[in-house]
Design a protein around this ligand. Sequence first.
Ligand code: ATP
Ligand code: MG
Length: 206
Amino acid sequence: MKTIAVLNAKGGCGKTTLSTHLAVALSRSGVATTLADLDRQKSALRWHALRPEGAFPVKAVDWTQNIGGGLKKSARVVLDCPAALRGARLEDIVATAEAVVVPVLPSVFDEMATARFLGRLARIKSLRKGRKGLHVIANRVRAGSRAMARLTEFAENRDLIFTAILSERALYGDLATRGLTLFDLNTKAAAALIEEWMPLLTALED
Ligand SMILES: Nc1ncnc2c1ncn2[C@@H]1O[C@H](COP(=O)(O)OP(=O)(O)OP(=O)(O)O)[C@@H](O)[C@H]1O
Ligand SMILES: [Mg+2]
């Protein structure tokens, strides 16, 4: 079983959006996947409860109290982690994960918080050992904006390459309130946005 942890100490950067999208994308591709909610806000579980009948089935478990419970046969587990994760709890989660996905928004405060968080991750032994994939994702990006130019500079200054760059689109919010993701849609608009996810999905295949 491969565990993918979606993490950032910063709130509101897109952890739940990424987790739900990855859970649907992987499930649809035929990989038995479970979405595990570690956040007491239970946004991923709420999203899951909103999923309409007839939507592609996705398994979800409540790991807000006990990590590891209720897991049926799964090849992948996607962890939707809470913000402000640090210390031993962060280390434990990273230790169990084969891949760590860190969304970051083009905002100066998010960049500063993410820089600190990446520093913290870099000091975690199990991640330092290599082999584990660390994927930083630029989220809610407006192409050509000053904020994006600054985020690009932020990445360059740290020798960081974004695994994927996801556009800012109201559609993400609309889908979340309906228990859906882009991967549930068959529209041209969704297909164009899904393209942006491909580098991350490919990287997670390894
Ligand atoms: N690419 C995007 N374009 C537009 N809106 C987005 C995008 N990604 C996320 N959002 C919106 O931003 C808000 C925060 O996203 P999300 O809940 O995924 O963040 P989070 O990191 O899980 O937050 P928290 O720290 O509270 O758990 C949500 O309303 C979501 O719909
Ligand atoms: Mg969340």
